[in-house]
Structure formats: structure tokens, C-alpha cells
Design a protein around this ligand. Structure first.
Ligand SMILES: Cc1ncc(COP(=O)(O)O)c(C=O)c1O
Length: 482
């Protein structure tokens, strides 16, 4: 990989290390003054983290007015990503997606959103006062997971609905991706601004196989959640902006603290430096680890992992590091995850039939042990599968939604709402998102009518023990009657 800048530099990490060495008198925030308090965390975290937790000073620059080490660190990040501008995000990809939406759409304009979009995207659209044109996503018939939107329909939808901006999810939570190149071309042709939610895909450009990179293809704004797969601390993410006319940097201030955490930002600087030094090596090692892990699973009777060719259009490919574990004994994914947990293994997400696991660079030094423990757990389940709950194949977490829905945007938080038992909600307008946990495709979005089909599906899911966000206490929040 060729860069224009010297990617071995770590401007932010270097300044923080120097600050620590200078043992300065701290008459500024934060109040722990470098970790001199006697709490359980003082010892658990060691002195390093406390020492590096400082505030915006002359030496440490300012995130929203960067003129020093933060400017340099973000410029190096931009070069690494191949972007015109890059931003450190300290409130997750969520902050970047919301700021991105505010940057591409004006009140009452229309933005095209796939139904499997993350909650932050729906909240961003609400804050922007825009109208959401909700694009249905295909659901896999067998495995009941979302596959993505039909890119072949996008040109027609843009023209028919007067779309000004769009959000694309690339890849999905399950690691599936569609034809982003065609999508970017269509958006460019119609001057539709594109925000790509690449929260789960920071590492994709470095895996073997020339996976399309929306930043290189010129998408306006691309947001990557680096804490998910790139090795930085939880809550860190990055944004790559190719369309510098958009007010992305200013809009970020609506969604982030004015006291950005230096340990969080330093972890982004360090992760960028590490990937830049050996991106091809890391990408190859990750792909080899994913193959080794998948093969080990397939060698246990009754188990396998899903691959790209298990899925039909609109899936164009699958991230090999996102492991989708299935079994032919009919054991429910929830039961598999529970047994794993009892055996000390934490997975990312369980559904009726599929258990999702994330492999990442932090595994590489310990992969042998990880593989052995997972294989042992699978063997244990295979030996005892008769006693375990079975997957309810007739229950899907998703409503087959073939229609495009247009939702007017409203400040839902200021509307009068009431909470009603499920049975009384048919025909009412939902005031909150209802979706199966962990985050899937929302069954109902704020502003959508609760239909008889939704009520029937929710009853089934809850009877089967499913957990539903927006239906926590047996009640649904709907708009109060006028
Ligand atoms: C598809 C998708 N986009 C965005 C986000 C938000 O990322 P973050 O947790 O970094 O705010 C998530 C979080 O899980 C996600 O799954």
C-alpha cells in the first residue's frame, strides 16, 4: 500500500507520551490529575491510562479546532483511508452517521434508507427533519437474516420519489454486502448524496479479494466503527469525507462531547499506525484465520458456517471474518449461545438459527486456544443436542415487507404518547422503534401504523421467548389520540 505521508508517525500518541514524561503540574481537567486517587481502578488500569487521560491543552490540541497533533493525526488517517478529509469519532459510528445525515439532507427533503439501517440512522433522519423513504430489504428464506436492498430498483426509486440523499449499509451486521459500485454510480448520476454505514467493515479493504471500497469509489461520507474490527477502544470510529463541501465537521459537534477522550483518540492513532505498517499482512492473516476457524467448525459433526454462496442476490459477497454458525441438529441459536456462555465463550449475536461470531486482529496471538475451546463447546452440544431447545423455524424476526414506505419526519420526543398493551395497538401509530434484540431490521418504525400482522408476529416472538426492544414491559408506545 502506497501512502503520501509517513504513516509510521503517531503524532497524538507521541504528544501524550511526552506529556507523561514531562511530569507537568496539572491545574486543569480532569480531576483525577493523572490517576492519584485510591480507587479500585487506579490499580486495575495501571498508571498509563490515567496519565494519558488529559484535556485539550496547548500541547494536546483541540479536536474541533485542530491545529497541532490532532490535525496531523487526522491528516495521516485521511491518507491511510484514501479520503479528502478524515475525522476521529469519540461517540461511535452512531455520531458520524447522525452528523452525516444532517450534512446531506435538508428538512422535508427525502432520504432513501434501507430498512435494516441502524437506530442511529433513523434518529439522524428525525433530527434532520427529513422524510425517510424506507427501502425494503430481502430476507433469506432459509436462515431468516437480512440480505440487503435490490440495487436494481434504486434508479427507479430515486426518480419516482424525488430522492436527495441515501444511506447504504455496507456490510450488514451479518457481514453481507451488495453491489456498492453500481449504487455509487447511480447516486452520482442523479446527484444523490450518499452516506455509507461501513460500521462493520473497516477491515474489508485489506482482506484479500479486492472487495469494493466505497471511499476509493468516491462515496460522499463513509463511517467506519473501528472499535468493532480495527482494534481501537470501544466507542471509537472514523469518518472519511470525500465531498468536502459538506458541513460534516461542524455537524459532529451536535453529537459528541466537547471534552473528547484522549485515550480513545490515541487508540485510533495507534490502530491507524499499526494497520498502515502491515495492512496486507494483517488482511492475509485474518483471512487465513477465518478459513482455519471455519474448517475446524465444519469438522465437528452437524456444524458448519455460512459462506457467500449460501446467499442469493442481492448479496455480492461476505466478510469471511464474520462467522455465521449453523447446525443441522435443529438446536436453537439462543441455546447454542447459552451453552457457549456457560463454557466461557461469548458470541456477538444469537438468533433462532444463526449464531454470529466476530473474528478480528486481536485473536491472532491466541487463535489456537480460541479454536480449541469453540470446537470443544460444539462437541459438547452435539453430544447433548437432544436435550436442548430447537429452533422455531416458523418464527421470523422480520415482517416480509415488499412495499416502499414514506415516513414524514416528526420530533417524536415532543409528541403526546401512551403505552398500551399489545392487543389494543392495532391501527395506532407507533411512537418508538420496535425491533428484535439484538439489533435487526425494525419491525415497526416511529410513524408507522401497527398492523394486525405486526401484532400477530410480536405475540409469536414473545411466546417463543424472544426479546423485543420497544415492547419491554408488555406495552407498546403509540401516539396519543388527538
Ligand atoms: C450497522 C451498524 N451501524 C452503525 C452502528 C453504530 O456503531 P457504534 O456502536 O460505533 O456507534 C452499529 C452498531 O452496532 C451497527 O450495527
Amino acid at each position: 500500500m502506497k501512502y503520501q505521508s509517513d504513516q509510521s508517525k503517531l503524532p497524538l500518541c507521541d504528544v501524550l507520551a511526552q506529556y507523561e514524561q514531562k511530569s507537568r503540574v496539572r491545574l486543569s481537567m480532569p480531576g483525577h490529575k493523572g490517576g492519584h486517587l485510591d480507587t479500585c481502578l487506579t490499580h486495575a488500569w495501571g498508571s498509563g491510562l490515567w496519565q494519558w487521560d488529559i484535556t485539550e491543552l496547548a500541547m494536546t490540541d483541540q479536536l474541533y479546532h485542530a491545529r497541532g497533533c490532532l490535525r496531523d493525526a487526522q491528516q495521516l488517517l485521511a491518507d491511510f483511508l484514501g479520503a479528502e478529509q478524515a475525522f476521529f469519532l469519540v461517540n461511535g459510528a452512531s455520531a458520524g452517521l447522525m452528523a452525516g445525515i444532517l450534512s446531506v439532507v435538508k428538512p422535508e427533503e427525502r432520504i432513501l434508507i434501507p430498512r435494516n439501517a441502524h437506530g442511529s440512522i433513523w434518529r439522524g433522519v428525525t433530527l434532520a427533519g427529513a422524510e425517510a423513504v424506507v427501502m425494503p430489504v430481502a430476507i433469506d428464506d432459509v436462515w431468516q437474516i437480512p440480505l440487503g436492498i435490490d440495487v436494481g430498483q434504486i434508479e427507479r426509486v430515486i426518480k419516482e420519489y424525488g430522492i436527495k440523499a441515501m444511506v447504504a449499509v455496507y456490510p450488514t451486521y451479518h457481514g453481507l454486502y451488495g453491489d456498492i459500485s453500481s449504487l455509487i454510480e447511480i447516486c452520482r448520476k442523479y446527484d444523490v448524496k450518499l452516506v455509507v454505514d461501513m460500521a462493520h467493515g473497516g477491515h474489508l479493504p485489506y482482506l484479500p479479494g479486492d472487495i469494493a471500497n466505497p471511499i476509493a469509489l468516491g462515496a460522499d461520507i463513509v463511517v467506519q466503527s473501528w472499535h468493532k474490527t480495527m482494534g481501537s477502544l470501544t466507542q471509537t470510529a472514523v469518518a472519511a469525507v470525500q465531498n468536502t463541501a459538506l458541513p460534516f465537521g461542524k455537524n459532529l459537534l451536535y453529537f459528541q462531547s466537547t471534552s473528547p477522550s484522549y485515550p480513545l483518540m490515541a487508540s485510533l492513532d495507534a490502530a491507524r499506525g499499526m494497520w498502515a505498517a502491515k495492512s496486507e499482512e494483517l488482511g492475509r492473516a485474518l483471512a487465513a484465520w477465518a478459513e482455519e476457524f471455519s474448517l475446524a467448525i465444519a469438522q465437528v459433526d452437524g456444524w458448519r458456517t455460512l459462506r457467500a454462496d449460501d446467499f442469493a442476490y442481492p448479496v455480492a459477497g461476505k466478510d469471511c471474518t464474520r462467522i455465521l454458525l449453523v447446525n443441522d441438529m435443529g438446536v436453537s441459536g439462543f441455546a447454542v449461545a447459552d451453552r457457549f456462555s456457560e463454557m466461557g465463550i461469548d458470541v456477538e449475536m444469537a438468533e433462532e438459527q444463526v449464531v454470529t461470531m466476530i473474528l478480528a486482529i486481536g485473536d491472532l496471538p491466541q487463535k489456537g486456544d480460541m479454536k480449541d475451546r469453540v470446537v470443544a463447546a460444539l462437541q459438547d452440544i452435539s453430544a447433548n443436542y437432544k436435550a436442548l431447545p430447537k429452533a422455531a423455524k416458523n418464527i421470523t424476526a422480520y415482517l416480509p415487507q415488499q412495499e416502499i414506505v414514506v415516513l414524514s419526519s416528526q420530533p417524536w420526543w415532543s409528541r403526546d404518547v401512551i403505552s398500551l398493551p399489545l392487543m389494543g395497538t392495532e391501527g395506532k401509530i407507533a411512537a418508538e422503534m420496535i425491533s428484535l434484540y439484538p439489533p435487526g431490521v425494525p419491525l415497526v418504525l416511529p410513524g408507522e401504523e401497527i398492523t394486525a400482522a405486526v401484532v400477530a408476529l410480536l405475540e409469536k416472538i414473545v411466546a417463543a421467548g424472544g426479546s423485543v426492544q420497544g415492547y419491554d414491559d408488555g406495552k407498546i408506545t403509540v401516539l396519543a389520540e388527538k
